[in-house]
Design a binder for this molecule. Structure first.
Ligand code: AMP
Length: 214
């Protein structure tokens, strides 16, 4: 089963993708994670995208489509979760072509609906574990008092440099201008399921499971 998690920054796509990786043996393909890795590795592509990402603008379609193309040729396990991709109509068309080339289908597109105020709160409070990628939130899911990740024991707490208010405003604007039209696109294709992303993590998890098992 191949699915897209669609929603604005901070909607909980990464958190829910982690649950699906664990519960359904799926493979998370997060273009944001891939781009951050490229940036951290100091590669040429990483240098090209660094400023764009810091501003909260979208990286060019060619770059992200290339990243996804590479990953689709590898291990498929329980299917792919596209997290943060596609973000434009051109990326959505490219994904359809790439899946067809691999004799794969897109089985569901799950929209996580969250209002903007909740997004700002979530994003400014979020951190992730540098060891395993577990997502934490200063208010709803703080780091354990001993400073060690509850999942892997790492003490490497990471906060994203683009999780500040200026960049977030721009990322939201990019979402509404360029990504939200995908909701109509997938609705028209009969593939869209919308889930309330405002509940607690387990409620959202259950709502996504129900949408996928329909
Ligand atoms: P994310 O981790 O998904 O919030 O992505 C972080 C940043 O990476 C975004 O603000 C964009 O600059 C860039 N990015 C990630 N995925 C894409 C994509 N599919 N298309 C264009 N830019 C992307």
């Amino acid at each position: 089963m191949n699915i897209i998690l669609l929603g604005p920054p901070g909607a909980g796509k990464g958190t829910q993708a982690h649950h699906l990786v664990e519960s359904r043996d799926m493979i998370q393909l997060s273009t944001g994670d891939m781009l951050r890795e490229a940036k951290d590795s100091g590669s040429e592509m990483g240098r090209i995208v660094a400023d764009v990402m810091a501003r909260g603008d979208l990286v060019t379609d060619d770059i992200v489509i290339g990243l996804i193309r590479e990953k689709l040729q590898g291990n498929k396990q329980g299917g792919f979760i596209f997290d943060g991709f596609p973000r434009t109509l051109a990326q959505a068309d490219a994904l359809a072509d790439l899946l067809e080339e691999q004799d794969e289908t897109l089985d569901a597109v799950v929209e996580l609906r969250v209002d903007d105020e909740a997004l700002v709160e979530r994003i400014t409070a979020r951190s992730t574990c540098g060891g395993c990628g577990e997502v934490y939130n200063d208010i709803t899911k703080p780091w354990p008092a001993d400073g060690k990740c509850a999942k892997c024991g790492s003490t490497d707490i990471k906060r994203r440099s683009d999780d500040n208010e200026d960049s977030l405003r721009n990322r939201l604007m990019e979402y509404y201008k360029k990504t939200s039209p995908l909701l109509g696109y997938y609705y028209a294709n009969g593939q869209l399921a919308s889930v309330d992303g405002l509940g607690d993590i387990d409620e959202v998890k259950a709502a996504i499971a129900a949408a996928l098992d329909k």
